[in-house]
Design a protein around this ligand. Structure first.
Ligand code: NAP
Length: 292
């Protein structure tokens, strides 16, 4: 493959990166707009991250995506963080701009917000539930607060981690009520009754453990809710199959991947992202009303 001089470069920094769908998705987007740009996935060890970011800047990269396990560490390395990245304490997108300064963004938040709108799930003034209390759960909480949720119930195996997350979110978003519960059947049954949205922000159900679900039984779900699984490998997780059986609206983690990628693409290129091309490139499920 030839990468001619003058090609604009974007990197993905993570570990592992071998199975990432982002190179395929961004290559399709660059091609659709006729841009001479390339996106390269680079495996970086945590101890090498500061040098890797400095190296990208020195080599003239336009920017980068940052993925597991570097999102929090990358935030510490930026010259400036935008407001959302600061709220998340994590960066998934770097732009080398404003005199080649490292500007940090978190497009996972916009990815979740656009996914909710795409899937036609409204949370404004309503109650939502989040499973997990890690980095993705934090981005989901920020997205829900920005979408106007009035209550967010966090369910976690380590309740103290969820309490810490709820505390910092309550400070940032005092108009939202954050609750903490153990990730257990009884608490889920009570906590989900009035929820219009359930988001899985744990890795449970991800390949190779595809038989697992973060909820013990589908009795806790109902047909008035949307269920978003951030896990996208496989794209139809056990949780989403349980949700389908209860008549709940399902939202794919591949949509979040495509929409966060679209926002990153727009930050790097300054052009509207070809979202349909990006969704197709990663075989994201179509909306129910578009299915034949
Ligand atoms: P993380 O920071 O490691 O947090 C994972 C959370 O899940 C923690 O609260 C952890 O609990 C909990 N957890 C893990 N295994 C569990 C288990 N067996 N039972 C109960 N709880 C468990 O990871 P993350 O960055 O938030 O990512 C979470 C998932 O979201 C990953 O699968 C990631 O690929 C996915 N994600 C997808 C997208 C997308 O574009 N679709 C974007 C971001 C993230 P403990 O604290 O007790 O360990």
């Amino acid at each position: 493959m030839e990468i001619p001089p003058g090609t604009e470069l974007v990197a993905l920094l993570g570990d592992p990166v071998a199975h990432s769908l982002s190179p395929r998705m961004h290559a399709a987007a660059f091609a659709a707009l006729g841009l001479r740009w390339a996106y390269v996935a680079l495996r970086v060890l945590p101890s090498d991250l500061p040098e890797a970011v400095r190296g990208l800047r020195a080599l003239g990269f336009v920017g980068a995506n940052v993925t597991v396990p570097h999102k929090e560490a990358a935030a510490e390395l930026m010259d400036r963080l935008d407001e959302v990245a600061r709220a998340c304490g994590a960066v998934n997108t770097i732009v080398f701009g404003e005199g080649r300064r490292a500007l940090g963004y978190n497009t996972d938040v916009a990815g979740v917000r656009r996914t909710l709108r795409y899937g036609n799930v409204k949370v404004s003034g309503l109650r939502a539930a989040v499973l997990g209390a890690g980095g993705a759960a934090r981005a989901v909480c920020v997205a829900l607060a920005q979408e106007g949720a009035s209550e967010v119930a966090l369910f976690a195996r380590r309740v103290e981690r969820a309490e810490f997350l709820a505390g910092s979110m309550s400070t940032l978003f005092p108009h939202v009520r954050f609750e903490v519960h153990p990730l257990q059947q009884d608490a889920l049954r009570r906590g989900l009754q009035e929820a219009t949205l359930l988001v899985n922000a744990t890795p449970i159900g991800m390949h190779p453990d595809t038989g697992q679900s973060p909820i013990p039984s589908e009795e806790v779900l109902h047909d008035r809710m949307g269920v978003l699984d951030l896990v996208y490998n496989p794209s139809r997780t056990r949780l989403l199959r349980m949700a389908e059986r209860t008549g709940a609206r399902t939202l794919s983690g591949l949509w979040v991947l495509a929409f966060q990628g679209a926002v990153s693409f727009e930050l790097w290129t300054g052009r509207p992202a070809p979202v349909e091309v990006m969704l197709r490139a990663i075989d994201a499920p179509r909306l129910p009303e578009e299915r034949p």
